[in-house]
Design a protein around this ligand. Structure first.
Ligand code: SAM
Length: 312
């Protein structure tokens, strides 16, 4: 979130505009009723939501839900880990692009280092969460020289680092292809220090390519979102905090579910609307990216929802 826009005086959405826990739970139930098995709470920053453990409890209680995950920047995790675990959250993903003091400050745009996030990760481990995954977005010339060290740090602690190719989500991160370190190069660099071997996906459509350390020191994942797009097997739907259903990370807009929900639509009507949106989707931006970026009308520069609104 650019500091020059979201400064101290910025007026964020008024509370009535946010989905309530009841509304989130209701939509989650409908999605699970239509076959969704896994939910991920992301953001924005989910640990900023007041009384988040109550929402987790409600979601975990949904019949038919197999997995609940959460992605956080870890800043508030130290003090919330126990409450999240007590609410039933059994695993967590923490974003940490580098554990180098200076690089962390530069990438987070804040004047504090990674120590507090590392302590949050330790707190999650003490609270019994497992696996703990660390998301590291790799940007050439920014943090790519610290990858191997990061892998080594978490290898020792038994956590799974997932290296993610830097994506052109939204319009504000100044992305260009030269900043992308491909999954193959990431694997090669880590393999140079800690020899790796590929392992099978946990399930069909898993976005991370998995590797294990040949010496038995655990595993890593690499997400080749740019170099090997996985649009064809993508089954993710995203729900924004205002109730927009978004069918692609690179979408220009979503479809409003809050208005029909608040105007009294029944569960059957809402399910029907969701089904219509889902079956009509034809998003495949990542597969089209290369062609779009070089097209004469520069259609690659279209407007896209920003990452902090859509959650990664
Ligand atoms: C947008 S954040 C939202 C949740 C939470 N605030 C956090 O920081 O983890 C979710 C994930 O998106 C990933 N992400 C952010 N920008 C990205 C980019 N340009 N390319 C690839 N992944 C990105 C980060 O790794 C992060 O783990």
């Amino acid at each position: 979130m650019p500091a020059e826009i979201y400064g101290e005086g910025y007026q964020f959405l008024a509370k009535p505009e946010l989905l309530t826990f009841e509304e989130i739970e209701r939509l989650a139930r409908l999605f699970v009723g239509m076959g969704v098995e896994k939910l991920r709470i992301t953001g924005g920053e989910p640990l900023l939501r007041h009384e988040l453990p109550q929402l987790l409890q409600r979601l975990i209680a949904i019949d038919g839900l197999a997995d609940l995950a959460l992605t956080t920047n870890g800043y508030l995790l130290g003090r919330q880990a126990d409450a999240l675990a007590a609410a039933g959250l059994s695993r967590i993903t923490v974003s940490l692009d580098s554990h180098d003091e200076q690089i962390f400050k530069q990438m987070s745009g804040r004047n504090f280092g990674p120590q507090r996030v590392l302590e949050g990760i330790d707190a999650a481990a003490r609270a019994g969460m497992s696996p703990i995954k660390i998301n590291c977005v790799v940007q050439r010339g920014v943090n790519d020289h610290t990858l191997v060290e990061l892998a080594g740090y978490f290898r020792e602690r038994g956590h799974i680092v997932r290296f993610i190719e830097f994506m052109d989500v939204g319009t504000l991160n100044g992305w260009d292809l030269t900043q992308v370190v491909t999954a193959d190069e990431i694997a090669e660099r880590i393999d140079g220090e800690f020899p790796l071997e590929p392992i099978a996906p946990n399930y069909a459509g898993e976005v991370a390519t998995r590797y294990r350390y040949r010496d038995g020191g655990g595993e890593i994942g690499i997400i080749p979102s740019v170099s090997k797009p996985f649009c064809a097997s993508c089954t993710r739907a995203r729900l924004t905090i205002e109730g927009q259903l978004v069918t692609c990370l690179f979408a220009e807009s979503g479809v409003d579910l809050r208005t029909p929900m608040r105007s009294g639509n029944s569960d059957a009507e809402l399910s029907q609307q969701i089904q219509t949106i889902w079956t009509a989707r034809n998003d495949r931006y990542s597969e089209l990216r290369a062609g779009l970026a070089t097209s004469p009308d520069k259609s690659g520069a279209r407007s896209k929802i920003e990452m902090y609104q859509i959650g990664g």
